[in-house]
Design a binder for this molecule. Sequence first.
Ligand SMILES: [Zn+2]
Length: 241
Amino acid sequence: MQDFHVHTGHFKGKLYFSPEEVAEGMKALSVERYYFSSTSTGSVPFSEVRHEIEELISLSEGRAVPFLWVTPDMLEDSPDLSAYFFRDFVGIKIHGYHHDWDPYGEPLRRVLAIARDKNLPVMFHTGGCERSDAGVYMNICREFPDVRIILAHGRPIDECVAVMKECPNAWADIAFMGVKNIVRLRDEGLIGRVLWGSDFPVMRCFYDIPPDEYYRKRVEEVREALGGEDFSRITQDNFTL
Ligand SMILES: [Zn+2]
């Protein structure tokens, strides 16, 4: 299986998800390929972020592929982001809750234009506050129909469904999404644009059970709710990036 939403790095100033922890965890869980970004971005010098990314890739035995997490400061510092593309990235991550991105402002639209030129998908964190709720990204999804946009967490679900129905380039990942809402995406006919994501090992921050235990339970729960065929679509077949 594949996992679209994984992290390494410092988290909220209190936890650290080391490259070793992530590489070992993903291997033990038999995740063959995972897309990750660094939660340290913006809170430590970029050289440290770079080191984490390189370290995880080298420890992962070919399983880890990196998204570049972009902050407004990075874009200001390097308007075409070239200073930060120190290697090939497979996508760009935007955290509109953590960082102050106007959801349809010029800076974010510039990031989308860069993604379009580089043919990269863009992942938006959704939920947490109004400026990062899924619905606010309707305009940018419409303006960039050629950019695949992944609404991570799909929150709130009504807005996520509305954007996905209107915009064929809008996708969702199911990190921390309630099973009821995953089933709803299927019932709305959207399962072909849904990706397995876990936020591993961020669950360590919210739950008492060890992340690998949480992960295995979650796999069973989602497989049971969707059935084997749709489960294999979201964990494998839909990964066409
Ligand atoms: Zn995340």
